[in-house]
Design a protein around this ligand. Structure first.
Ligand code: SME
Length: 160
């Protein structure tokens, strides 16, 4: 796999995901180092979509601990059921949050963050980590992001 992404210009968001996901799959296939793969996934997503913040929190000793990310510095630890990330972990379900101020218990790592999507990644039945994507615009994520990011996290989960 070449170490550069091909991103079609003037593509719709869905087309961009459709182009990107196989490239990310190729990038992580055959590489056993989890952190290398997580780092490349965050870089690829940021390069393709210019996300304000994109990164992983990994389940370690009953907490979520910050992993590879792109964007401003962030909170390092999140408890089970806390914030959007801790809720995705507890409910084992994607959290699509159009307005973070309206989400009870949202953890504001950055005051610039306005909307957010968090997708759990499963190792078997258990949540191993979550992918968190933040935007500085309200309602910046929709069902298209949810569909494709979930698809990508299934691919990642299978590699664990
Ligand atoms: N807002 C998240 C915390 C992580 S940061 O946004 C990077 C939450 O409520 O879980």
């Amino acid at each position: 796999m070449a170490e550069s992404l091909f991103l079609p210009e003037a593509a719709t968001k869905a087309e961009k995901y459709e182009s990107l996901i196989p490239q990310i799959e190729a990038l992580i296939t055959g590489e056993p180092d989890l952190y290398a793969n997580l780092a490349n996934i965050t870089a690829a997503l940021r390069e393709a979509f210019g996300f304000f913040w994109v990164g992983f929190y990994l389940v370690k000793n009953e907490q979520l601990v910050l992993g590879p990310f792109q964007g401003p510095i962030a909170c390092t630890r999140i408890n089970f059921g806390k914030g959007v990330c801790g809720t995705a972990w507890k409910e084992k379900k994607t959290q699509l949050v159009p307005d973070v101020d309206a989400f009870p218990g949202h953890i504001a790592c950055s005051s610039a963050s306005k909307s957010e999507i968090v997708i759990p990644v499963f190792r078997g039945e258990e949540v191993a980590m979550v992918l968190d994507v933040d935007s500085d615009q309200l309602a910046d994520f929709d069902e298209i992001d949810q569909k494709y990011l979930e698809e990508l996290m299934v691919i990642l989960g299978k590699s664990l």
